[in-house]
Ligand binder design. Structure first.
Ligand SMILES: [Cu+2]
Length: 672
């Protein structure tokens, strides 16, 4: 094992792993602070060997993204080691709130890779354009065929994964003309329970998902266009082996209409306005579990309506962008407990007492070309947020704990930051400092007896929480030639008034078997830092080796370790590509976790290393294209669990996958 780590360390001096790529040099300067995860299957920059893998697997390739796993489905993304309340996930700039009190439905669980072209990651305060965030933002950018190609294209894809017998089937169709385009796609996935490296079946790890998406655009004239889009996502029978409950149904409808105008003047280059609406329904229960102390139903609903308007422009040495956004969300969740004794009355309570969130914000970005090799990126924003509890009985319940509590709470959230970049030759140096604030989440503010199966405490929200304030520093050193690239990144966050659940010994929990009650409180500050190194080297034409190494650490002002922090982790990948053929071999692993949070119920995640192989072949025949990919993940069937596995459930053992993608495209007759 030691040898493996050493070997990985040596090689990690070398890559850009997976499909993570720096934003293109020639694109707008704003892009330089954005990291891009390529998802589109048609893009040559998509380096993921298993093209039909879930979005979660795509996201997990990025150094800044960690995913908390409660099973095989709906992994919860964390940015820069900060929990998901501290960052914002959007779909094409649209805000969506999950409807689960137990974080079983992150925003990323309501889309499919077929819908998306890429994911844009912004770190820290620079991710404040669509919501108050301190960790950063993840925008899932939809795929669209666009105007003008005069062509019809379609793909049919099918996949199989052996370990959990996941079947994947889908299709996309796009039709584009000079004045209009339409895109349509659907994806269906169904998986049984997976097996770990000891060939044990992980019960309740099955899932099925159907996703349908349609989009259309119409060009009003040379510089104006309207676009409409809808996504319908319907997942059923989803097991969460790390939790005591499963989900019988998780549904989302996500719709938007947008208007874009180009070239308003020499200064103002583009203006985009979008209005959107989405509704999420989450039905959580324990009907499939044979033995439970008490039967429970816990459905949740979340509805969000919003808009944003963004204008960008340039003058001699400045490029600037202004985003105004507003949204309203309604979150409601309830719990009904059915005692085993039929003579006892069932118990009902609101776990999210009809919480309404109003948000309106303004965010400005400027890119100033100071000198040929020097650039200064600055941004600042301000937002107003209101929480309002509309359910009378919910307010009364919380008033048991907080007698002076008001049903309305207003907050003002501010952020600003700067990033200085220096580009001498093949080198790039960047250094930034920023400040940002966030409001407590719905659960942190108003959650009522939310059971956490990791530390086994019932959590109660605290409406009196102050805003969290984050001071952050970040730095990048990168070097790139045609054959060799190296990138080091580091970030440091000091978060004041850090929100964390703390045991409250006098109170009695609701959940049978719970260890006690925790109330969300604020510690004076917590510190979280991350560092990563990526390198790649082209050995000969077509053959390259790449590596990465990541480490994160987080602790409070009293030196208490924060949970879910990535221990030193590494990856090495050898890739070969020719025109038609591609192959890769990779090794990923981590050392034993030494910093973890017993207060959160954590135990040290052991060291592991897993190997994977993959190969692909593609060819064209007349108007058709064929693509076959195959591979094996966890080649040696290792039994392992990682720092981000909830309750340390074991991960999947050996898994063979097969992808088949058939495309057909035809230039259509000119018209319209
Ligand atoms: Cu749930």
């Amino acid at each position: 094992m030691k040898q493996l780590v050493c070997c990985a360390l040596l090689l990690s001096g070398l890559s850009t792993m997976g499909q993570t790529v720096p934003a293109q040099k020639d694109s707008a300067k704003f892009q330089e602070l954005t990291e891009v995860i390529v998802i589109s299957r048609q893009a040559s920059r998509n380096k993921n060997n298993n093209l039909l893998s879930t979005l979660d697997q795509y996201l997990s390739s990025h150094e800044q993204v960690d995913l908390i796993k409660r099973g095989a489905y709906a992994w919860e993304p964390m940015l820069n080691g900060l929990s998901s309340e501290r960052s914002v996930i959007t779909i094409d700039g649209m805000r969506i709130y999950g409807a689960c009190t137990d974080k079983m439905d992150p925003v990323s669980s309501y889309v499919e890779t077929t819908n998306l072209s890429r994911a844009d990651v912004k770190n820290g305060q620079s991710g404040n354009a669509h919501g108050a965030s301190i960790g950063g933002s993840l925008d899932l950018v939809r795929k669209k065929s666009g105007f003008g190609a005069n062509q019809f294209a379609t793909h049919i894809f099918s996949g199989f994964e052996s370990n959990n017998r996941q079947r994947i089937l889908g299709s996309d169709i796009s039709y584009s003309r000079n004045r209009w385009y339409t895109d349509f796609d659907f994806t269906f996935r169904k998986a049984e329970n997976y097996r770990d490296g000891k060939n044990q079946e992980i019960l309740y790890s099955q899932f099925s998902k159907f996703n349908l998406s349609a989009a259309a655009g119409y060009k009003l004239n040379e510089h104006q266009q309207v676009e409409a889009s809808v996504i319908y996502d319907d997942a059923r029978d989803i097991g969460y082996p790390a939790l005591p409950m499963d989900v019988s149904s998780a549904k989302a409808v996500i719709a938007s209409i947008g208007y874009t105008r180009h070239h308003l003047s020499n200064t103002w280059q583009g203006w985009e306005t979008k209005i959107y609406h989405n509704k999420v329904t989450h039905v959580m229960d324990d009907t499939k579990r044979p033995v439970v102390p008490i039967r429970m139903d816990m459905p949740g609903w979340s509805t969000t309506t919003g808009m944003y308007s963004r204008i960008d422009g340039k003058s001699s040495r400045h490029q600037f962008k202004l985003t105004a956004s507003a949204h309203h969300n309604r979150s409601l969740a309830e719990m009904t407990m059915y005692p085993n004794d039929p003579n006892e009355k069932e118990m009902f309570m609101l776990t999210w007492p009809d919480v309404h969130t109003w948000y309106a914000g303004l965010f400005m970005e400027d890119n100033f070309q100071l000198h040929r090799q020097w650039t200064l990126n600055s941004s600042a924003g301000v937002a107003f947020q209101q929480h309002q509890l509309k359910d009378e009985s919910g307010v009364k319940s919380l008033q048991i704990f907080y007698p002076d509590m008001q049903s309305v709470k207003n907050r003002l959230l501010k952020n600003f930051g700067s990033n200085l970049q220096y580009h001498p030759g093949n080198w790039r140096f960047s250094f930034g400092a920023s400040y940002s604030e966030r409001a407590p989440s719905v659960s942190e503010g108003y959650g009522f007896y939310l059971f956490n199966s990791f530390d086994r405490f019932d959590y109660i929200g605290n409406p009196g929480l102050k805003n969290e304030q984050s001071f952050s520093l970040n730095g990048t050193v990168a070097f790139a030639t045609d054959r060799f690239s190296l990138k080091w990144q580091g970030s440091w966050f000091q978060i004041r008034n850090y929100i964390v659940g703390m045991p409250s010994p006098g109170l009695i929990p609701m959940t049978i078997g719970a260890a006690g009650i925790k109330i969300y409180e604020q510690v004076p500050f917590s510190t979280v830092y991350s560092t990563s190194l990526n390198a790649s080297y082209g050995i000969v034409s077509g053959l390259s080796v790449s590596g990465k190494a990541i480490y994160r650490r987080g602790f409070t002002n009293e030196q208490l370790d924060l949970p879910m922090m990535q221990p030193f982790s590494y990856g090495v990948r050898l890739q070969y590509t020719s025109n038609a053929f591609s192959a890769e071999a990779s090794l990923d692993g981590a050392v034993k976790q030494s910093k973890y949070s017993p207060l959160f119920g954590e135990t040290a995640a052991p060291a592991y290393s897993i190997a994977s192989l993959g190969a692909g072949y593609q060819f064209k025949w007349k108007k058709n294209s064929f693509q076959v990919r195959s591979g094996v993940e966890n080649l040696f069937n290792r039994y392992y669990t990682t720092f981000s596995d909830w309750n340390r459930i074991p991960r999947m053992g050996r898994n063979l996958f097969l992808n088949l993608i058939i495309g057909f495209s035809e230039p259509s007759k000119a018209g319209l």
